[in-house]
Design a protein around this ligand. Structure first.
Ligand SMILES: [Ca+2]
Ligand SMILES: [Ca+2]
Ligand SMILES: [Ca+2]
Length: 176
């Protein structure tokens, strides 16, 4: 435990040196991003290009480039990408259905893991548990936890979330 705190302190110190100057410029407004469900390639429309990416992910295990895409691809919102999502997306593109079980859009509030749109110690604990291997994260939680937007959830993200809760920073690097 002591070692972990020491490591976190080191990471925090580095983060403050590297990002400290830029951080003070961040505004205090809510840091979020909205995903269009079904828009797997994140280009703003839902069409056969999205279907192709999803199909290749499910049947040929071609990974999507980032976790936002997984949020868009999980059209039935069961926290997994399966052939059910492929079939539902096909039905949508073919006009057989006009909405997704996951809804039309999903808004990620960065730093908010438990969905109350606030960043608190409860969220901090989820991220900490994930880093320690005690819990897994949904696609939605993963994007929310990656507050520096580097595609990983690690002690650096936890450091930012902790700083935010302690009011040492107003904003996360992912929302410039
Ligand atoms: Ca799914
Ligand atoms: Ca929260
Ligand atoms: Ca990260």
């Amino acid at each position: 435990m002591k070692k972990r705190i020491a490591l976190l302190t080191v990471v925090l110190s580095i983060a403050m040196v590297v990002f400290g100057g830029a951080m003070t410029a961040y505004a205090g407004h809510q840091c979020s991003t909205t995903v269009l469900i079904g828009d797997v390639n994140l280009d703003g429309s839902i069409n056969s290009l999205d279907y192709a990416l999803l199909y290749n992910e499910v049947y040929y295990a071609v990974p999507l480039a980032n976790q936002l895409q997984y949020i868009a691809a999980d059209v039935n919102y069961d926290a997994a990408i399966t052939m059910q999502d492929v079939n539902i997306l096909a039905d949508y593109i073919l006009g057989k259905i006009s909405s997704f079980p996951a809804g039309a859009t999903y808004t990620v509030y960065y730093g908010d893991l438990n969905g109350d749109q606030l960043v608190t110690t409860a969220d901090q604990k989820v991220v900490s548990d994930y880093i320690l291997g005690k819990t897994s994260l949904t696609f939605r939680q993963f994007v929310a936890a990656d507050v520096d937007g580097d595609g990983y959830v690690n002690s650096l993200d936890l450091a930012y979330i902790t700083q935010h809760i302690n009011e040492q920073i107003q904003h996360f690097p992912v929302c410039p």
